[in-house]
Design a binder for this molecule. Structure first.
Ligand code: SAH
Ligand code: HSM
Length: 357
């Protein structure tokens, strides 16, 4: 992967970057799920331990004896979804992904359904289905005669209901059967184990959701094991070159992770996948997020964006003033953002990882 820059508006590109990156060493040794326990990366880029992330070492937190009022954003899934929607409105996230779907997905899915009359697709954390439907339309186009089963694992009832509305309004979904499961990725795995099922899939995707599982390597390994012999696993995460990396490397230990989320970027995946001997391709997608409203006191959308950036429920009202001051200052710096025409554009570049069966 080269050091793809990110594109603020007005620069020459929209979506531009992609390319073959690497493969795991053939026959390399066993995967150690403990190697990167659900983690943020430490200051030197090494995985940090959960205890370190949760505050012991952080000078900005109150002493352990004083309970912090900060709660993880996922403790209120409705507010999480609300903040995600504002994030989508102010960012080019889905547009960047759409560029990938147009330019690269046809090659990725070129052989997943060869010789099959039914193609099984599993979406983990499918949200309101915007990206899912784009992916399905490419699979539909490549395999016009096949029936497609699309199963969605998604814990938010609100997201599922938006997804269903979108499907009801779409006109190009012939022969695609949808099934929604209101559960997390971990719950899906437990349910399958309890039912002693190992249903296989031709295409599995996890778009911007791996932050929310308990054990990232074990989750990737589990879902990879469900791939059919020609299947593919697509993972999208924030890029290791994004503003997220800068912000979270410095402040992950100050944010309330509460065992509900962690920081991981596409930059963490190669080590994990290499140690499992898996082959993969990486693509870098430039994207930005307009965070100007975060700097206007009392701006509701700005507050929701700050929640999303810090994974903290009501960050503005619950963060200690010194932490808030530092985070606001950090968000304007070049490691996180670019200031153009009086607006602050946070570097929201993403990494796409396509794992071979
Ligand atoms: N893939 C969609 C949504 C990404 S937002 C898109 O890119 O637009 C992350 C999604 O993951 C949310 O819809 C959230 O409800 C869901 N989610 C949160 N925790 C999860 C978990 N443990 N397992 C599966 N999905 C989860
Ligand atoms: N920590 C959430 C990062 C993200 N999710 C970006 C979607 N886009």
């Amino acid at each position: 992967m080269d050091g793809a820059g990110w594109e603020a508006p007005g620069r020459e590109g929209g979506w531009v970057k992609g390319g073959w990156i690497g493969r795991g060493p053939a026959g390399s040794t066993a995967w150690d799920p403990r190697s990167i326990p659900r983690t943020a990366r430490g200051a030197q880029g090494a995985p940090a331990r959960r205890e370190e992330l949760q505050g012991a070492a952080c000078p900005l937190l109150q002493p352990p004896s004083m309970a912090s009022p900060m709660r993880n954003l996922l403790t209120d899934l409705d507010r999480y979804v609300q903040s995600f929607r504002v994030f989508l409105e102010r960012s080019t996230e889905h547009q960047s992904m759409q560029g990938f779907v147009e330019r690269h997905l046809p090659d990725v899915i070129a052989s997943i359904g060869n010789g099959k009359s039914t193609i099984n697709v599993l979406s983990i954390g499918g949200g309101a289905g915007e990206m899912d439907l784009q992916i399905l339309s490419k699979i539909r186009a490549r395999y016009p005669g096949a029936t497609i089963n699309n199963d969605v694992i998604e814990p938010s009832a609100d997201q599922i209901s938006k997804y269903k509305e979108r499907v009801a309004q779409a006109s190009n979904l012939e022969n695609i059967k949808f099934a929604w499961h209101k559960e997390t990725a971990d719950e899906y795995e437990s349910r399958m184990n309890a039912e002693k099922k190992t249903k296989k899939w031709d295409f599995i995707h996890m778009i911007q959701m791996l932050y929310y599982v308990k054990d990232i390597p074990a989750t990737v390994r589990y879902f990879h094991s469900l791939l059919e012999s020609q299947g593919k696993l697509l993972i999208i995460l924030v890029s290791g070159k994004s503003g997220w990396e800068t912000l979270w490397k410095k402040y992950a230990s100050s944010f309330p992770l509460e065992d509900l989320c962690c920081y991981v970027s596409s930059g963490d995946l190669p080590r994990m996948l290499d140690s499992a001997g898996l082959k993969y391709q990486l693509y870098e997608l430039p994207s930005h997020l307009d965070i100007t409203s975060c700097f206007t006191e009392g701006d509701k959308d700005g507050e929701l964006l700050l929640d999303f950036l810090t994974e903290t429920l009501d960050f503005t009202k619950t963060a200690p003033p010194e932490l808030k001051r530092q985070v606001m200052e950090e968000l304007r710096k070049p490691g996180c953002s670019e200031i153009r025409d009086g607006k602050v554009f946070f570097n929201n570049s993403q990494g796409v990882i396509v794992v071979e069966p």
